[in-house]
Design a protein around this ligand. Structure first.
Ligand code: NAD
Ligand code: MLT
Length: 528
C-alpha cells in the first residue's frame, strides 16, 4: 500500500514501513495541487507540524486509512473531518517528551542568563561582561501552565534545580500535582506567584490567546524579574503583547520555540526585542526523539493498514496489543451480526444493543462495539467504518448500549447485536466454533446454526409440510442453487425460521413471490 510522507521524518520509520512491504513515497516539498495529487492514491499519510491536513486534503484522498503524526500536536490536522471520513488519526505522544522538556530547561537558562545575546555580542567582538546580570533558577518560583507529559517532565527537572513549583491545569487533580511537588493553583495565582512561567498546553479554542496583555502584566507584577517560556504551541501566548511586555520591561525576558505562524515571519515583533530568545520549533529536534517518533508512527501506520488496533489512535477504538489476539476473531462476528440484524430489521433503527456473553465479556469491547455499529450502518451509509460508526450513531440519534454477562449457554463466547425502534427489535447472535469458524447461532430468538457468508435468505413461515420444498422450488426455478440450509421452529406447527446459504443473490421479485404465499410470513435477502 502507498504511504505518503509529507514532512521530514527519521529514516528508521521509513525503513520500518518498507520492511512491512509498503510503498513509501516522500514528498516533503509538496504543497497545494501537487500535494492533493500526491495524496490521491495514498492509503496512509505521515506528517509532522509542517503539513496542514485539512478537510479538503482528506477529501482528495479517498483511499486514506490513517494519518500518522510523527509527534504530539495534532492542531495541524482536522481530526473531525478525518473521523467523518473514517480515517484514523494517530500520533506519537511519548517519543519526544524528554527532548521537549530538555529544550524547555535549556530555554529557561538561555533567557535567565541571556546566553544567546551574550554569545552574539562576543562573536561581534564585544566583551560585554558587565552587561548581563542573570537570574538564578534555584529559589525562584516556576509556574507551569499545563501539567501533562512535558509539563511533568519539566517539573521533575526544575524541581531538581531547587525551584518552587506552582501549576495551573484544570484537568488534573491536586494529588497528581502534589506527587510532583507542585501546588495546583488557579491561573491568576500562578501568574502572580511565578518568576518563570512555562507553557505546556495544547493549542485549543480554550488555550488560544490564554496569555495576553493582562496575564503578562500580572506575571510581571508579581516578581522583580518575570520570564516567559513557551515550547508548547504558538497561539497560546499573544506574540504582540509578549514583545511589548519584554520591550517595555514588564517582563525581564522570554524564550519562545513555537509561533502562531510557522515559519516565523522576519517581520515578527518578537525578532525586534533583544530580551526575546527564539528557536525555530526545535523542541523535538534531537536524533533520539526523531527516531522514537518516526518508528512509533510507523508502527501505528502498519497496525492501521493491517486492520489491527492502533494504540495511539485519537479517533478510533484502541486496545492493549496483548489482548487483541483474544478479541480479534470476534471483530468480524460483531460486524456480521450487525449487518444481518440491519438487513432483517429493514426499518428506521433507533437503538442498538451489543451484548457480550461468556469469556469475551471479560475483554475490552470498545473495538467490538464499534465493529458491530459498522456492521449495522454498512448497508445504510456511505463509507462507514469502526472509526466513524460511533459518530454516525450519535448523529442519527441512535441509542447505543453495551451489556455483559458471564453466562453464555453452551458456548464459550457469544456476541449479540439487537437493533430496534422502540416497538419491535431483532437480535442476531454469533459465536466461533472451534475457536475459528464464525457461526450465527440465534436469530430473533430462534436457535440456528448458519455460516454467515455470501448470499443468504432468511424466511419466516408457518411450520407446515411442503413449505421448505416450496422455497426450494421457487429458488430452483430461478436458477439459484442452495448451498446449505438450517430450519428452526418454536413448536410443531408454530412459527419456523429457515436460513439458506445461496450461490446467487435473490432478486426482489423472487422475495415477492415467496411472500405472496400465505404460509410465508417474511422473506429477507441478506448480502454479506
Ligand atoms: P499532554 O496532552 O500530555 O499535556 C497537556 C496538558 O495541558 C494536559 O495536562 C491538559 O490537562 C493541559 N491543559 C489542557 N487545556 C488546558 C488549559 N486550558 N489550561 C491549562 N492546562 C490545560 O501534552 P504534552 O505531551 O505534555 O505536550 C504539551 C505541549 O507541548 C503540546 O502543545 C505539544 O504539541 C507541545 N510539544 C511541543 C514540542 C516542540 O517541538 N516544541 C515537542 C513536544 C510537544
Ligand atoms: C510535537 O507536537 O510533537 C512537536 O511540535 C514536535 C514536532 O513535530 O516538531
Amino acid at each position: 500500500m502507498k504511504v505518503l510522507v509529507t514532512d521530514p521524518i527519521d529514516e528508521a520509520g521509513l525503513d520500518r514501513l518498507r520492511e512491512g512491504g509498503h510503498d513509501v513515497s516522500v514528498a516533503d516539498e509538496a504543497a497545494g495541487e501537487k500535494l492533493h495529487a500526491a495524496v490521491a492514491d495514498a492509503h496512509a499519510l505521515i506528517v509532522r507540524s509542517g503539513t496542514d491536513v485539512t478537510a479538503a486534503l482528506l477529501r482528495a484522498a479517498p483511499e486514506l486509512v490513517v494519518v500518522g503524526r510523527a509527534g504530539i500536536g495534532v492542531d495541524n490536522i482536522d481530526v473531525d473531518a478525518a473521523t467523518e471520513q473514517g480515517v484514523i488519526v494517530a500520533n506519537a505522544p511519548e517519543g519526544n517528551v524528554r527532548a521537549a522538556a530538555e529544550h524547555t530547561v535549556a530555554m529557561t537558562f538561555a533567557t535567565a542568563r541571556s546566553i544567546p545575546q551574550a554569545h552574539s555580542r562576543l562573536r561581534g567582538g564585544e566583551w560585554a561582561k558587565g552587561e548581563f546580570l542573570g537570574t538564578e533558577l534555584a529559589g525562584t518560583v516556576l509556574g507551569i501552565v499545563g501539567l501533562g507529559r512535558v509539563g511533568q517532565e519539566v517539573a521533575r527537572k526544575l524541581d531538581g534545580l531547587g525551584m518552587e513549583l506552582v501549576a495551573y491545569d484544570p484537568y488534573i487533580s491536586a494529588e497528581r500535582a502534589d506527587r510532583l511537588g507542585a501546588e495546583l493553583v488557579e491561573l491568576d495565582d500562578c501568574l502572580a506567584r511565578a518568576d518563570f512561567l512555562t507553557v505546556h498546553t495544547p493549542l485549543t479554542p480554550e488555550t488560544e490567546d490564554l496569555l495576553g496583555d493582562e496575564e503578562l502584566a500580572r506575571l510581571g507584577e508579581g516578581t522583580e524579574a518575570g520570564y516567559l517560556v513557551n515550547c508548547a504551541r504558538g497561539g497560546v501566548v499573544d506574540e504582540d503583547a509578549l514583545a511589548a511586555a519584554v520591550a517595555e520591561g514588564t517582563l525581564a525576558g522570554a524564550a519562545i520555540d513555537v509561533f502562531a505562524e510557522e515559519p516565523l515571519s522576519p517581520d515578527s515583533p518578537l525578532l525586534d526585542v533583544d530580551g526575546v530568545v527564539v528557536t525555530p520549533h526545535l523542541g523535538a529536534s534531537t536524533s533520539a526523539a526523531q527516531e522514537n517518533v518516526a518508528t512509533s508512527t510507523a508502527e501505528q501506520v502498519l497496525a492501521a493498514l493491517a486492520g489491527e488496533p492502533v494504540v495511539n489512535a485519537l479517533n478510533a477504538p484502541s486496545m492493549d496489543a496483548s489482548a487483541f489476539p483474544r478479541v480479534r476473531p470476534y471483530v468480524e462476528i460483531a460486524r456480521t451480526a450487525g449487518t444481518i440484524a440491519t438487513q432483517l430489521f429493514a426499518g428506521r433503527i433507533e437503538s442498538i444493543e451489543v451484548t457480550y456473553a461468556g469469556e469475551i465479556a471479560a475483554e475490552e469491547t470498545e473495538l467490538l462495539t464499534a465493529s458491530a455499529l459498522e456492521g449495522v450502518f454498512e448497508p445504510l451509509e456511505w463509507q462507514v467504518n469502526a472509526v466513524n460508526a460511533p459518530r454516525v450513531a450519535e448523529e442519527r440519534g441512535v441509542d447505543v448500549t453495551e451489556s455483559k454477562t458471564r453466562q453464555a449457554e453452551d458456548f464459550r463466547s457469544l456476541v449479540t447485536v439487537t437493533v430496534g425502534d422502540g416497538e419491535r427489535s431483532i437480535g442476531v447472535c454469533g459465536t466461533l466454533f472451534a475457536g475459528e469458524d464464525p457461526r450465527i447461532v440465534r436469530i430473533d430468538g430462534f436457535r440456528v446454526d448458519a455460516v454467515p457468508h455470501g448470499h443468504m435468505l432468511v424466511a419466516r413461515n408457518e411450520d407446515e409440510p411442503g413449505l421448505i420444498g416450496f422455497v426450494g422450488t421457487v429458488l430452483g426455478d430461478a436458477g439459484i442453487n442452495i448451498a446449505g440450509m438450517f430450519n428452526a421452529r418454536e413448536t410443531i406447527g408454530g412459527e419456523a425460521l429457515s436460513v439458506y446459504n445461496l450461490d446467487e443473490p435473490v432478486p426482489d421479485e423472487l422475495l415477492g413471490r415467496l411472500e405472496g404465499d400465505e404460509r410465508v410470513i417474511e422473506a429477507r435477502y441478506i448480502a454479506l
